[in-house]
Design a protein around this ligand. Structure first.
Ligand code: SF4
Length: 358
C-alpha cells in the first residue's frame, strides 16, 4: 500500500530562526476545524484509492491554541504517526497562560518527550531564533516540561557564533540532568535563507578546540547511516567534497540519502496542495478549499502514473534547468579551498551558486 506523508502548515512558530530548514516562521494558525477538514479530505481520498495516510502539523504545533486536540487527531490517525515526541522552541510552554493544561494534555495523550534545540547562551540563542527572550524562555520551558513528567531532549546545532560556548551549553544542560544529543552541524539545504546561514557555518579550525569532546558521544555505525563526522572531520570540508567530485567520486553522505521513497505532500497555509516537504515545494495541485475534486483527480493521476517527484531530487528545486554533472558543478561553483563543514548536501550549495535567482 502506498504511503502518503502530509505536512499541514497550520501552526506558526514563535520564532523566525536564521537557520530555518522548513520555511517556518511567524504566521497565522489554521483553525482546528480547518486542520480537521484537511485531514478528513485526505482520509477520504486515501481510503477510496487504497493509500495509507499519515500527517503532521508544521511548524510549531505547541504554539497552536488547540495543540492537544491536534495531538489527539494525530494519535487517532495512524499509530506510526502518534506524537510521542514533539519538537519545540520551548517558547509556547514559557509564555502560554494555560501551559499546565497544555503539558498535562500532552502527557494524557501519550506524548513522552519534547525535543528542544539550543543555539548558544543568552543573546547568541536569542539572535539565532530571532526572539528577544528565547533563551530565558528555553530555560523556563525545560523546567516546566520536566516538572510535568515529560522527557526533555536537546540538540545543539553548532555554528561559528556558538562553538566557543559549547562547554557552557553542555554545563547548562547537565544542570538539568540532560545529556545533549550528538551536537549537530547542519547539512546544506537549498534556498536563499540557507545560503545566508552558510555565512556562519562552522569551519574546520573552529571545531578543533572541542573536537575531542565532540568525538566522545559520536556513534559510529558502519551501515548506511554511518555518521563519522567528528572522527573524520577532514572528509567533510567543502575542499574535501570538491576534491572527490572533480575526481569523479560519489560525494553522498548519510544525510543526503532520502529517508523515504513515499509520497510527500504539503498543504500550505492557504490550502494549496503541493508535492514536496518542508522547504521543497514542487508541483501545485490546486486549492483544497476551492476545488478539492480537481486537486484529488490530478494528484491521483500523478500517483497512479508514477509521476510524483522524490523530495530530495535536485530537479524539484530547479525544475526548469538542465543540471550539470557533479564534476562540472564542483569545478565551476565549488570552493576548492573551502574549510566550512557540511554534514551533507554540498551539491545543493553548488547548485544554488549556479541557479538560485532572486
Ligand atoms: S527552525 Fe523550526 S522553530 Fe525555527 S522558524 Fe523554522 S520551523 Fe520554526
Amino acid at each position: 500500500m502506498k504511503q502518503i506523508h502530509l505536512s499541514i502548515n497550520g501552526a506558526g512558530c514563535e520564532t523566525a530562526c536564521i537557520h530555518c530548514w522548513a520555511n517556518g516562521g511567524r504566521y497565522k494558525n489554521m483553525s482546528f476545524d480547518d486542520i480537521q477538514f484537511v485531514v478528513k479530505s485526505f482520509n477520504n481520498f486515501s481510503e477510496s484509492n487504497g493509500y495509507n495516510l499519515g500527517f503532521n502539523v508544521m511548524h510549531e504545533p505547541l504554539a497552536h491554541p488547540d495543540a492537544v486536540r491536534i495531538v489527539q487527531l494525530r494519535n487517532e490517525q495512524n499509530s506510526d504517526y502518534a506524537a510521542f515526541q514533539i519538537p519545540t522552541s520551548g517558547i509556547p510552554i514559557a509564555i502560554r497562560e494555560d501551559y499546565k493544561e497544555l503539558l498535562d494534555g500532552l502527557v494524557k495523550n501519550k506524548v513522552e518527550n519534547l525535543h528542544f534545540v539550543l543555539h548558544g547562551i543568552g543573546d547568541t540563542h536569542n539572535k539565532a531564533v530571532n526572539s528577544k527572550n528565547a533563551f530565558e524562555n528555553f530555560k523556563i520551558a525545560i523546567e516546566r516540561t520536566k516538572a510535568a513528567g515529560l522527557i526533555c531532549s536537546v540538540a545543539i546545532f553548532l555554528n561559528k557564533l556558538n562553538v566557543s560556548q559549547f562547554s557552557e551549553m553542555k554545563k547548562l544542560l547537565s544542570g538539568y540532568e540532560i545529556n545533549p544529543d550528538i551536537p549537530m552541524i547542519a547539512r546544506y539545504i537549498s534556498g536563499k535563507k540557507l545560503q545566508q546561514y552558510d555565512e556562519i557555518r562552522v569551519e574546520y579550525s573552529d571545531l578543533l578546540p572541542v573536537l575531542d569532546e565532540l568525538k566522545e558521544n559520536e556513534i559510529i555505525d558502519v551501515g548506511v547511516g554511518k555518521r563519522d563526522l567528528y572522527h573524520n572531520l577532514e572528509n567533510y570540508t567543502e575542499a574535501a567534497f570538491y576534491g572527490k567530485a572533480v575526481e569523479g567520486e560519489k560525494i553522498t553522505t548519510a544525510y543526503d540519502i532520502p529517508e523515504r521513497g513515499d509520497i510527500n505532500l504539503i498543504c500550505d497555509k492557504d490550502f494549496n496542495i503541493y508535492d514536496g516537504s518542508a522547504n521543497v515545494f514542487g508541483k501545485c495541485y490546486g486549492n483544497l478549499k476551492e476545488n478539492n475534486v480537481a486537486v484529488f483527480e490530478k494528484l491521483n493521476d500523478d500517483i497512479v502514473n508514477d509521476r510524483m517527484e522524490n523530495v530530495f531530487s535536485p530537479t524539484l528545486f530547479y525544475p526548469n534547468e538542465t543540471l550539470p554533472p557533479l564534476k562540472e558543478l564542483a569545478e565551476k561553483y565549488g570552493d576548492k579551498n573551502g574549510q566550512k563543514i557540511y554534514a551533507g548536501g554540498i551539491h545543493y550549495k553548488w547548485l544554488d551558486n549556479a541557479f538560485l535567482k532572486d
